[in-house]
Design a protein around this ligand. Structure first.
Ligand code: HEM
Length: 435
């Protein structure tokens, strides 16, 4: 494992990092945002600077956009793809890609994950998964989301201070996803650890240590999922994974590798992001008490507030596409094979679409136009579940602890693609007055 992991790290992480660093040194802001950690805490001025340079900013290795219109156009264009057609690459690059992919234990954003395949494979795959992952199935989860949130809040109520991530924002989505996948409670902690380790693989720049940790976690997770799928097939439960595993649609079904990849993606995409939605929401609301007042007076705004969090402080900040053929984007010629970074967090602060984009406004009429769930064929499959979890969690938290306040220093996760908190210490109620 060690040698092949080292090789894969060199191709997947070290090589791209060196290229991005060189472009950053040449003054390109898009790549600098990937490599300069000092920009990660507050990337928003840099997004504005990218936008000020143009709708589509050309780079030596990768183009970048923080424009809502251009990001939407690229995400919806059939020319832009997620998978690289290795046949179109020179032999050396083809070899590198072969080395870089671990076909036995792929990560949540590696083929055959739905997130990393293009039509027609994606069309068939998504159609089958959507048969089970329906709006009705998500709506049916609402009572469970409410009950789990209440249970976690009850547990917190006995304490004076808590870490919001550990005690609330993480366990809520983990338990929901675990129920969807039919994972027993004894495995929840382990799922969280695996998910945390796998989530880092979305970042382009990983130290060898993190890469190796993720590879080990992925191998263990695949092993566990293999056994879990066998048991789910033998004895299907009421969960969505059992339904997927036994689904037959017009003679089509998902094979074992696709099922494992879906379970892994739902784990990675499903709770790592929702944890961040809840944490980023708490941070935005505590920093803008007037908005909390609005929600107290008009609780019907909680759902819109959740979309405003997704816009204002997007849990997924970036995605990438590449052009499968030569094309035009916003009037700019883009050559075949060109990669484009879509700065979703920047598109969501584009003043052409959102008035006063740096203002957090829970009543914003077009908050839902954000690209926090992407757009086009890869639009987040779990968007309605995430919205449900986010709005229930935030509403219940502030209803139960109206005096909630930051205590100490919240710490952001040192990640570029996923934006959220690692630790968020809060005081639940005001200290009692002493005579
Ligand atoms: C706040 C929470 C969430 C956010 C911000 C989020 C964001 C995203 C984004 C940006 C993408 C597309 C990436 C791209 O276009 O390159 C995506 C795809 C996806 N998400 Fe989510 N997600 C969230 C929660 C969830 C949940 C709860 C689930 C499942 C239970 C889920 C399942 C998926 C799946 C399966 C895809 C791949 C869809 C496809 O490729 O067709 N996500 N998500």
């Amino acid at each position: 494992m060690a040698r092949s992991t080292l090789l894969r790290w060199a191709v997947q992480s070290l090589g791209p990092t060196m290229m991005l660093r060189r472009s950053a040194r040449a003054g390109e802001l898009g790549p600098r945002l990937s490599v300069d950690r000092s920009l990660w805490d507050d990337p928003f001025p840099s997004y504005d600077a990218v936008r000020a340079q143009g709708d589509l900013v050309r780079g030596r290795v990768i183009h970048a956009t923080a424009s809502h219109a251009v990001a939407s156009e690229v995400l919806r264009s059939p020319v832009f793809r997620v998978g690289v057609d290795s046949e179109s690459l020179p032999p050396l690059a083809r070899r590198m890609i072969r080395i870089a992919s671990d076909t036995r234990y792929p990560g949540p954003a590696e083929p055959p994950s739905m997130l990393a395949v293009d039509p027609p494979q994606h069309t068939r795959y998504r159609r089958l998964v959507s048969k089970v992952f329906t709006a009705r199935a998500v709506a049916a989860r609402e009572p469970r989301v409410e009950a789990i949130a209440d249970e976690l809040l009850d547990r917190m109520a006995g304490k004076r201070s808590v870490d919001l991530v550990e005690d609330f924002a993480a366990p809520l989505p983990v338990r929901i996803i675990a129920e969807i996948l039919g994972v027993p409670p004894s495995m929840h902690e382990q799922m969280l650890a695996w998910g945390n380790a796998a989530a880092v693989t979305l970042d382009p720049m990983l130290s060898y240590r993190s890469f190796r940790g993720a590879a080990i976690a992925l191998r263990e997770m695949h092993g566990w999922l293999d056994a879990h799928l066998r048991s789910v097939r033998r004895d299907p439960g009421d969960d969505l994974l059992s339904k997927l595993a036994t689904l037959e649609d017009e003679g089509e079904h998902l094979d074992d590798v696709e099922l494992r990849a879906t379970a892994l993606l739902v784990t990675g995409a499903g709770f790592e992001t929702t944890v961040n939605l809840i944490g980023n929401g708490v941070a935005a609301l505590l920093a803008n008490p007037s908005q909390l007042e609005v929600l107290r007076a008009q609780p019907s705004y909680w759902e819109n507030a959740t979309d405003e969090v997704l816009r204002y402080d997007s849990p997924v900040q970036v995605t990438v596409r590449h052009a499968a053929e030569e094309t035009l984007v916003a009037g700019h010629a883009v050559p075949r094979g060109q990669f484009v970074t879509l700065l979703l967090g920047g598109a969501n602060r584009d003043p052409a679409v959102f008035a006063d984009p740096h203002v957090f406004d829970v009543r914003r009429e077009n908050a839902r136009e954000h690209l926090g769930f992407s757009a086009g064929i890869h639009y987040c499959l779990g968007a309605s579940l995430a919205r449900l979890e986010g709005s229930v969690a935030l509403r219940k938290l502030f209803d139960r602890f109206p005096d909630l306040a930051v205590e100490g220093q919240p710490v952001r996760r040192p990640l570029r693609v996923l934006r959220g908190f690692e630790r968020f210490p809060v005081r639940l109620r005001q200290p009692a007055l002493t005579a």
